[in-house]
Design a protein around this ligand. Structure first.
Ligand SMILES: NC(=O)c1ccc[n+]([C@@H]2O[C@H](COP(=O)([O-])OP(=O)(O)OC[C@H]3O[C@@H](n4cnc5c(N)ncnc54)[C@H](O)[C@@H]3O)[C@@H](O)[C@H]2O)c1
Length: 322
């Protein structure tokens, strides 16, 4: 069992007692571990424990350790059984589902990886107790994206969550939604890029100081705003999105110029002949799919993001996190 050593030891011990693995290896998670060095460490440990392709690797950790552990499991002796116990909210609703894994090389994210399905995923919401409410918010934009694509009742449940605060049902709903989508046609899978055309570009420009969730939230607002502008999306969707109390995680976009952002978007795999692919929805639960839009449309979407950035910064209690 490979586990993230940032998880409180008493929690790890409990899981260890329940699963009784032949060997355990604790390693500090986070993005840096998704490297050749991290890969080498785990393979060396497996060799030292004389693990074979008949063994199973259990990975208890966040998205970073799951991406690395999944890659090791898919390649060690040409593949060993893999089971996942995601320990962050993002890993529970997103990273553990779909079988994608990978490591970063020369600063390029997930440049080497495979698609390799785990034989089981165990989701225990109690593992989130070590995070503050604020820390958990950074994973919510991916859950919002799932709800926007899924249904009115799913989105309503997210809105209600901020009043009641129970994660368990929402995690199950979000995880099941992603699971159904990734096992669908590639056209359906592409819907998961909602908010990510602008989101990835923001992340690319701001670098590691900007969390993925913050960038995706800004991307969702910009892309839904563009949908409204083009007459494709019901304006109510944007209004409801703006009302979600996620202003504290909104990124500070002041240092970004549209030219550098556009450059990132055009270089992205979703662009053809200078036009960039954006996922649009008609309404909550009614996705349209990918449409290719030109520079001026994206500049409009960027204007929406910037306007929200100013509004969000003026909200009482906002702290600059970028
Ligand atoms: N494969 C996919 O489909 C997919 C999807 C989304 C994201 N990802 C990847 O997931 C990674 C981000 O994952 P993440 O957001 O889960 O962060 P993470 O795994 O990097 O973990 C964030 C921090 O929390 C710590 N941690 C983990 N679990 C903990 C716990 N229970 N208690 C206390 N600390 C804990 C980690 O050690 C780390 O310091 C990125 O590399 C991203 O590319 C992959």
């Amino acid at each position: 069992m490979l586990y993230d050593s940032q998880i409180p030891q008493k929690v790890v011990t409990k899981i260890q007692e329940a699963l009784d693995p032949r060997a355990t290896f604790g390693i500090s998670g986070g993005e840096k571990i998704k490297s050749i060095d991290g890969y080498q460490k785990i393979v060396s440990w497996l060799l030292q424990k004389t693990a074979t392709s008949k063994d199973r690797l259990i990975v208890l950790g966040g998205g970073s350790l799951i991406d690395l552990g999944g890659f090791v499991a898919s390649t060690y002796h040409r593949g060993m059984k893999l089971e996942l116990i995601p320990s962050t909210l993002l890993a529970m609703v997103d990273a553990s589902i779909g079988g994608k894994n990978g490591i970063n090389i020369d600063g390029i994210k997930n440049v080497v990886g495979t698609i390799y399905q785990p034989s089981a995923i165990f989701i225990c919401p109690g593992l989130l107790d070590s995070f503050s409410k604020e820390e958990l918010l950074y994973s919510v934009p991916e859950m919002v994206k799932h709800a926007l694509l899924d249904s009115e009742s799913h989105f309503h449940a997210i809105e209600e969550h901020f009043k009641k605060g129970n994660w368990t049902d929402l995690i199950e709903r979000s995880a099941r939604f992603k699971s159904a989508l990734v096992h669908n046609t590639s056209e359906k899978r592409d819907l998961l890029n909602l908010g990510h055309t602008i989101g990835h570009a923001i992340e690319g420009v701001l670098g590691p100081s900007c969390s993925h969730g913050s960038a995706v939230f800004a991307g969702l607002l910009g892309e839904i705003g563009l949908g409204v502008h083009l007459g494709l999306t019901n304006p109510e969707v944007l209004k409801r999105l703006e009302k979600l109390p996620l202003y504290s995680i909104f990124p500070d976009l002041r240092s970004i110029s549209f030219d550098e952002l556009f450059e990132k978007m055009v270089r992205d795999k979703k662009s053809i002949n200078g036009k960039v692919g954006v996922v649009f929805i008609k309404d909550i639960g009614s996705p349209i799919g990918v449409r290719f839009v030109d520079r001026s449309a994206l500049e409009y979407a960027w204007g929406v993001c910037q306007m929200r950035s100013v509004q969000m910064r003026s909200v009482n209690g906002y702290q600059n996190r970028s």
